[in-house]
Design a protein around this ligand. Structure first.
Ligand code: ADP
Ligand code: MG
Length: 251
């Protein structure tokens, strides 16, 4: 299987009231094409810090990042920008990731326009992306303030898909939504995973969501991976006390 993303010994230090601490400590893993890898852990366990390093938004203190066989450990912003054609992010608060003064269609079509696509083609492609994500074409004309949280997250996923990435990184992408809407978004992600052979890094504090979506899971605690394996095994036979507690608290 093709290795999409590889982290080796990733570590990030921060200062807190003059004291240095490691928000992420020696994290290593690989993600393969078509696989959904979950990263689960309580709030503050270092998940978002890890994501920010993996997406070039934060420099690692130590460790190595490889994406599609390219070493990105010391990549500058220009190299990272090239990677965003293959790696896209979906965040927790979709409304904040769209410009409130522009239509959703404008946001979804931005990368297409930038790549030189003609206006008419952009319009058609945006309609197609909206449809893939379960929205009607008229959503292109709406503003972020005129749609629900779930609809806006669908639009954010449509925007991420516009560049036809290999990897979608979802950081608590359903955490701000109602339970029923969470399920619908998860169904959409599952469909994309199966139809498009997309790889996912699915970060959540909610083990039930990870269980429903991920092939494999890493459990983080205080910046470290304390357990990893196939999701079904980790959940049915956790080796670590912490994982057990996490399971008992949510399932
Ligand atoms: P999670 O996403 O799992 O909730 P985070 O990665 O956001 O966890 O945070 C991990 C730890 O690192 C927390 O203690 C948080 O307060 C700290 N942290 C995150 N970003 C910074 C920063 N820029 N400066 C200092 N501390 C930070
Ligand atoms: Mg977080």
């Amino acid at each position: 299987m093709e290795k999409i993303l590889k982290a080796e010994g990733l570590t990030r230090a921060f200062e807190n009231k003059g004291e240095r601490f490691l928000a992420v400590r020696d994290v290593s893993f690989s993600l393969y094409r078509g696989e959904a890898l979950g990263i689960v852990g309580e709030s503050g366990s270092g998940k978002s810090t890890l994501v920010r390093m993996l997406t070039g938004l934060l420099a690692p203190t130590k460790g190595k990042i490889e994406f599609l066989s390219r070493d990105l450990t010391h990549a500058g912003s220009k190299e990272w920008r090239k990677c965003y054609r293959e790696m896209q992010l979906v965040f927790q608060l979709p409304k904040e990731s769209f410009d409130s003064g522009k239509t959703l269609g404008s946001g979804i079509g931005e990368s297409l326009r930038n790549s030189g696509m003609k206006r008419k083609e952009v319009r058609e492609k945006v309609a197609e992306l909206l449809s893939t994500c379960g929205l009607t074409p008229d959503f292109a004309e709406r503003y972020p303030g005129e749609v629900s949280g779930g609809e806006c997250q669908r639009a954010a996923i449509a925007r991420a898909l516009a560049v036809e990435p290999s990897l979608l990184i979802c950081d608590e992408a359903t955490s701000a939504l109602d339970v029923t809407v969470q399920k619908q978004i998860l169904e959409l992600l599952l469909r994309l995973k199966n139809e498009k052979k997309l790889s996912f890094l699915f970060i959540s504090h909610d083990l039930a969501l990870v269980q429903a979506f991920c092939d494999r899971v890493l459990v983080m605690y205080q910046g470290e991976i304390v357990e990893e394996g196939k999701t079904e095994y980790v959940i049915s036979r956790p080796k670590e006390v912490y994982t057990r507690q996490l399971i008992d608290s949510v399932l």
